[in-house]
Design a protein around this ligand. Structure first.
Ligand SMILES: NC(=O)c1ccc[n+]([C@@H]2O[C@H](COP(=O)([O-])OP(=O)(O)OC[C@H]3O[C@@H](n4cnc5c(N)ncnc54)[C@H](OP(=O)(O)O)[C@@H]3O)[C@@H](O)[C@H]2O)c1
Length: 364
């Protein structure tokens, strides 16, 4: 089946989001025509940055209102498109029937738009590494495309916090099965790591969660990350390029999944301290880490960190099919911080220095 042709027409769901917004921008940079799907086209806070893109003025970028929860709403948007990058979140990750229904809505519109040949469905590394029993990562430490969480663990339920991971695995399968039945289009899953990098619109500072955690660090709060997992980053711009690479690649096939992460990893406390290392001019007042885990979890900190350290993160497959070269985390972190300050107007907590004003940018 054909990949998306050069300068072809691509619909992007979740286009006002952190990752979706970058997929839109990079597609336009590469010459594509884009239909950006948002829930409210008239919300300037969420769509202003899309309207400000030069391609919106020419009509190469158009905005379309669509809510995943409304069956058929993507029909007129997908009609005539060559590809779909399906990035949007769903409204509820606890209800698997709801998730199946939402997938059916999007799949139905893809089926009716007879022009679509390639769909990239955004999954997550949560669909690879999210385990109820961390020992499963000891038994199977290689984190590549073939790895799925232990789906037979009886504790793997939405009620115990696995809904996101379960919903993503389920969506990957529902799309690839539908594509298999159709024979006309193919579905490729992209499983991104922790997205870090510049926000393009102020509203994106509260999403993430990674850019929001960095915002909190800037403002003087640093929270320990779940089960002491180090951040396993991908720059949001690289993630967008991975999505586009998967739309374009002649080397991928229906049902395949690709991990989009740099394979770097860094603990949250080091990320927080790195703001000052990377941007000493800011004089960030590095906060101490707040660990709110119950005592039973805190006692296992060393053990849990060792489990994560023993995991082998792989990205060779996505590099082979897309040619992507991942940015270093330092660059993503620096650009994320600068965008939080400049785009979202975040006021950082900074160290006072002998009579020197503490407002960044106003110091000599
Ligand atoms: N950020 C990460 O680190 C990360 C890591 C792994 C995977 N992912 C996946 O990547 C995708 C994008 O993540 P993100 O960080 O860019 O998220 P985000 O900034 O929260 O954006 C997600 C978008 O989803 C849209 N959305 C939510 N519910 C919707 C519904 N019922 N109908 C239509 N649109 C809906 C929202 O659209 P409106 O703004 O128009 O309301 C929102 O802009 C998600 O699928 C996420 O699971 C993200």
């Amino acid at each position: 089946m054909a990949p998306v042709p050069q300068n072809g027409l691509v619909a992007v769901t979740g286009a006002a989001g952190f990752v979706g917004g970058w997929v839109v921008r990079r597609l336009l940079d590469k010459g594509y025509r884009v239909r950006a799907c948002v829930r409210s086209v008239s919300d300037p806070a969420r769509t202003g940055f899309l309207r400000a893109m030069p391609a919106f003025a020419s009509g190469r970028l158009t905005l379309h209102e669509a809510d995943l929860d409304r069956s058929g709403c993507f029909d007129p948007i997908f009609a005539g498109c060559h590809g779909v990058a399906h990035l949007s979140h769903v409204s509820d990750y606890k209800d698997m029937d709801y998730i199946a229904g939402v997938c059916a809505n999007v799949i139905g519109s893809i089926e009716r738009a007879t022009s679509v040949t390639r769909v990239v469905v955004t999954s997550s590394i949560a669909a690879v590494i999210s385990e109820m029993d961390l020992q499963e990562l000891v038994r199977r430490p290689v984190c590549d495309e073939d790895r799925f969480p232990d789906e037979l663990n009886p504790k793997r339920t939405p009620q115990r916090g696995q809904g996101y991971s379960m919903g993503k695995v389920s969506a990957e399968r529902l799309f690839s099965q539908a594509a298999q039945r159709s024979g006309r289009w193919e579905s490729i899953a992209c499983c991104p790591g922790d997205n870090i990098g510049p926000i393009q619109s102020a509203h994106q500072k509260d999403m993430g969660p990674w850019q929001h955690l960095i915002e909190q660090m800037l403002m003087g709060e640093c929270h320990q990350t779940g089960v002491y997992r180090p951040w396993m980053p991908v720059d949001v711009r690289d993630d967008a390029d991975c999505h586009i690479g998967l739309l374009e690649s002649p080397l991928v096939h229906n049902g395949e999944r690709y991990l989009a992460w740099s394979t770097e990893r860094r603990n949250v406390e080091d990320i927080c301290a790195d703001i000052d290392r990377l941007l000493p001019e800011l004089r960030h007042d590095t906060p101490a880490v707040t660990d709110e885990f119950p005592e039973g979890i805190r006692r296992r900190e060393v053990e849990m960190r060792a489990i994560w350290a023993g995991c082998e993160l792989r990205n060779d497959r996505i590099r082979a099919v897309t040619g992507i070269r991942f940015r270093p985390l330092d660059e993503s972190l620096r650009d994320c911080v600068e965008s939080l300050l400049s785009v979202a107007g975040v006021t950082p907590r900074v160290r006072a220095a002998d009579g020197v004003p503490t407002t960044p940018g106003e110091r000599s």
